[in-house]
Design a binder for this molecule. Sequence first.
Ligand SMILES: Nc1ncnc2c1ncn2[C@@H]1O[C@H](COP(=O)(O)OP(=O)(O)OP(=O)(O)O)[C@@H](O)[C@H]1O
Ligand SMILES: [Mg+2]
Length: 398
Amino acid sequence: MLDEIFENFVKNTIFKNKKAVQASYTPEIILHREKEINQIASVLAPSLRLEKPSNLFLYGVTGTGKTLSIRYVTNQLLEKAKENNVNLKVIYINCKLKKVADTEYRILAELLEYLGRKVPATGLPTDSLYKMFTEIINEKEMMLILILDEIDQAVDKIGDSLLYNLTRLDSSLTNSQISVVGITNRLTFVDALDPRIRSSLSEEEILFHPYNALQLQDILRVRAKEAFKDSIIDEGVLEKCSAYAAQEHGDARRALDLLRVAGELVERDSKKKVTLDYVDIAESKIEKDRVLDIVKSQPKQFQLTFLSIVENSKKNNGQSFHTGDVFERYSYLCTASKVKEITQRRISDIIGEFDMLGLITTKVISRGRGGKTREIKLAINPNLLEKVENILKENLNL
Ligand SMILES: Nc1ncnc2c1ncn2[C@@H]1O[C@H](COP(=O)(O)OP(=O)(O)OP(=O)(O)O)[C@@H](O)[C@H]1O
Ligand SMILES: [Mg+2]
């Protein structure tokens, strides 16, 4: 019985190199980012003369090629530095990785490890780690580019002291220089930073615009050619994946996911071609996984707020409602689940985050005498509602 299932996979019919449609794959060609790549290169180029590049900030919504571009430029830069005997080091840290960026101590320990110094996992005062750090890079003339990807995640967890300290290390560096590249997909992140940190961190800023549907098609075409055997993908499939991804916010990762998942589903059904229907099936599978993932992983206050939104939406038959309604029901749910209530102001912020995640849509409307309120509408697929509600209730012991 199982033999047939396994046999189908062994005989893998449609993929040539599936890795090429996985998000972690580094493509050889980067399309439609020439301008951004050149800008990054110009900012970082002085490092080749051991002159300190400006600190740089890259921002733009998810899947716009920020990580890919900085990796590409710094790899080339390192090669050039090697050719010219320049002591350049690039350290890349993804602050989203839990183990690494939970505390200032951990990040510093990670940095030190890159530089060849092991420190105990806890225990030393943070100051002494900074001291060690400057000592090591001062040992001989060196240019250090420190990339902090998804930097908002680190600041959420540990505050902005790290950034403050890092951008002020310069004064204690005698032999060497350090430049910081911060990357985020949270567009309001920079504005929310302490102005002193902001001005030193974003001496240069580069915005990554979302891709449009045509650009996504170009990107997909190259990756699809690498990933699938010839003539497997039906006409219109790449266009449809691109259109879906462009509709949301021009996210290349999303477009690739759609194509890959469509391919996987075709394979599972032992079909020979990726047809348009499979893009739709992939779309709803991804949407479902994404929504359920978010809902499961949110902190309690977020879950209470979201449950209130779901219940309000049900009560209004899918029509919109206001922040006040959300707060009222939230308040009730807090009592019911014995959780301490937070202010309406904070709930408002949380609602804003749901909007950014695409779980709801909101519209600010004025209501006489300068008063303002927000109209909220749930934006997830109606047939997920029940499942979402059950997960939330279970998590909240309701
Ligand atoms: N121009 C491009 N050409 C080919 N592939 C691309 C391009 N832009 C993005 N991709 C692919 O899309 C995926 C997402 O890109 P990347 O990780 O660079 O996005 P990001 O802007 O860093 O997103 P996030 O903010 O979520 O970290 C990766 O798999 C990457 O290879
Ligand atoms: Mg990234």
